[in-house]
Write a protein that binds this ligand. Structure first.
Ligand code: SAM
Ligand code: DTB
Ligand code: SF4
Length: 320
């Protein structure tokens, strides 16, 4: 994969903050220029998600519908069966996705029957000719090695926000736990997918810290998902004021400038983002989306709506 190191001159907190504060269209123009040097600007990578194990998570992430600490209305489920997940993958491929991402509401991986099933899911997804990604929480080197041997392409593990804001969002684990897991993934040879969430009540400084952490990983992540908080009733973050679309576009553009080669995904929260703002994000270097009408537990734009949006902008899925 194409991983790189960011231009060292921009890699100070003040530098990243200054980037986020630049006049928006100047920032978008520079990001679009960088994007075109490294990517085909007409192509969008399309991932599809499935929640393979939903709810009852022991972690206390303040934004999440699946935390056992939050009183939300989601239906809990045990780990889905291998055939059921592979049927979902088949449908995703038929719908035009090129990567299938499986998420489990676990604090981390535990060896045993359930992990063996996840390995089978990864093998099955690869046999279909799709890229495979999982997000299973923390894991050790041996488990990462088994995922790699099963053919896993990407492991998703997000830093979520800046270090200074982290303990306002999650208390059951710390920032360094996340960084350690990312290092384990990196050491195993699996591509790193690491991003965050905007709209957790973070300051501009905390947002810059997140971007600085991501851009300073060496090598840089091959995939960066940027989520916009989907407010869920019953979570501590359910009433957090929305960020503006301008803040969202600025973060996307700054990420493209500092991490030129990554696949940059407009992840959760697209449903509420005006299409014109999404278009500006694609111009500023976003080149990936989640497709399918559901993320893990919350809604995503309908496939027809997304297909029409991409076509109207002259963009097409990489799988086509
Ligand atoms: N349990 C694993 C973990 O936390 O690493 C994997 C699943 S977790 C649901 C995957 C990611 O989804 C989180 O790291 C977070 O960034 C994102 N996420 C969860 N709930 C969200 C929400 N309500 N809005 C936006 N992003 C969310
Ligand atoms: C990521 O950064 N976003 C995805 C994926 N990685 C696993 C998850 C988004 C979840 C949105 C809330 C939900 O649907 O529960
Ligand atoms: Fe659990 Fe992941 Fe949700 Fe946190 S984000 S509560 S770890 S499922």
């Amino acid at each position: 994969m194409n991983a790189t190191t960011a231009p060292a001159s921009s890699l100070t907190l003040e530098g990243v903050e200054a980037l986020l504060r630049r006049p928006l269209l100047e920032l978008v123009f520079e990001a679009a220029t960088v994007h075109r040097q490294h990517h085909d600007p007409t192509k969008i990578q399309c991932s599809q998600l499935v929640s393979i194990k939903t709810g009852s998570c022991p972690e206390d992430c303040g934004y999440c519908s699946q935390s056992a600490h939050n009183k939300t209305s989601i239906e809990r489920e045990k780990l889905l069966s291998v055939p059921l997940v592979l049927e979902e993958a088949r449908k995703a491929k038929e719908g035009g996705a090129d990567r299938f991402c499986m998420g489990a509401a676990w604090r981390g991986v535990r060896d045993g029957k359930e992990f063996d099933s996840v390995l089978e899911m990864v093998e099955g997804v690869k046999e279909m000719g799709l890229e495979a990604c999982v997000t299973l929480g923390m894991l050790n080197g041996e488990q990462a090695g088994r995922l790699k041997d099963a053919g896993l392409d990407y492991y998703n593990h997000n830093l979520d926000t800046g270090r200074s804001h982290y303990e306002n969002v999650v208390t059951t684990r710390c920032y360094d736990d996340r960084l350690e897991t990312l290092q384990t993934v990196r050491d195993s040879g699996i591509n790193v997918c690491a991003g965050g969430i905007l709209g957790l009540g973070e300051s501009l400084t905390a947002r810059a810290e997140l971007l600085l952490e991501l851009a300073s990983l060496s090598p840089q992540p091959e995939s960066i998902p940027v989520n916009r908080l989907v407010p869920v009733e019953g979570t501590p973050m359910g009433e957090t004021p929305e960020i503006t679309w301008q803040e969202w576009v600025a973060f996307i553009a700054a990420t493209r400038i500092l991490v030129p080669k990554t696949i940059l995904r407009l992840s959760a929260g697209r449903q509420e983002l005006p299409e014109a703002a999404q278009a500006l994000c694609f111009l500023a270097g976003a080149n990936s989306i989640f497709v399918g009408d559901k993320l893990l537990t919350t809604p995503n734009p309908a496939p027809g709506t997304d297909a029409a949006l991409l076509a109207s902008l002259g963009l097409s899925p990489v799988g086509e």
